[in-house]
Design a protein around this ligand. Structure first.
Ligand SMILES: [Fe+2]
Length: 268
């Protein structure tokens, strides 16, 4: 099984540049093209939040058009820039029709559980409240022998990036205790930070994928200012190797020239 993870597209109104600098819609188009070019093809694409920048119905309508060429199944989970009801309406065929936008995807060798961390009372901070934590605990208790990937937007752990850690996932410590009780969780996949991060957490491995749009500067000072940088976008590919586990790769999105053959010294 092959899982692609894209995150943090921040698609704004059609024709409007993000901070007058980046066409995030075009960046999502490039990500979709890069995914479609993959061989073998991923079984599913997990989009781990901040699809939209302001979460309006018009933005989701635009995002659906940008995602239409995607040639593989898609799962989406909200980020803090998304809005639950507008997103639910736009992705009605893959999202639940009431309540949180959680989802359990059962048809693959790996069980996939999407966790909705959106707190619409806050602009940026995420939340796993007792209700959501208990829901996850019940889902994991129902299939203790199936290797499982949890995907969510806000990381429930610290990254060391001073301006992001205060807006990670509130309730992270209690969530960690739930994850630690269920050793079938082989990975927790997050977004939100617009940088690649890997951490041992809750007895498993948790990771953050880089954004398909802008990134955040690598700045580990406690007083790091809130900023973005136009480093290359990227997505993650998680390959399930039976008998070993989940092996993760990262692919930059962009034009970097052809691969050169070690045998001939010429482009492949
Ligand atoms: Fe984001």
């Amino acid at each position: 099984m092959l899982i692609a993870q894209i995150t943090d597209a921040h698609v704004g109104p059609e024709g409007e540049l993000f901070y007058d600098r980046l066409d995030t819609g075009a960046a999502l188009v490039r990500a979709v093209a890069a995914l479609n070019a993959l061989t073998p093809r991923p079984d599913i694409v997990l989009f781990t939040g901040d699809l939209a920048d302001r979460g309006t119905p018009a933005e989701y309508d635009y995002i659906r058009r940008l995602l239409a060429p995607l040639e593989m199944p898609l799962a989406v989970i909200p980020g803090n820039h998304d809005r639950r009801e507008a997103m639910r309406a736009a992705f009605a065929e893959i999202l639940p029709d009431a309540g949180f936008l959680h989802q359990v995807i059962e048809e693959f060798p790996l069980r996939l559980i999407g966790l909705d961390t959106l707190d619409e009372a806050e602009f940026s901070l995420g939340l796993i409240c007792a209700e959501r934590r208990d829901w996850l605990d019940r889902q994991l208790s129902a299939a203790p022998d199936r290797p499982t990937v949890v995907f969510m937007h806000h990381p429930p752990f610290l990254t060391g990036i001073g301006h992001m850690d205060p807006i990670n996932c509130a309730g992270g410590a209690a969530l960690e205790a739930v994850i630690a009780r269920h050793p079938q969780v082989i990975r927790v996949l997050c977004g939100h930070v617009h940088r690649p991060v890997v951490v041992g957490w809750g007895g498993t491995i948790a990771s953050i994928a880089p954004a398909v749009a802008h990134q955040l500067p690598l700045d580990l000072r406690p007083d790091a200012p809130s900023a973005f940088v136009l480093e290359p976008p990227a997505f993650d590919l998680h390959l399930w190797i039976e008998g070993q586990g989940l092996t993760s790769h990262r692919q930059l999105i962009g034009e970097f020239g052809p691969a050169i053959s070690y045998d001939t010294g010429q482009p492949l």
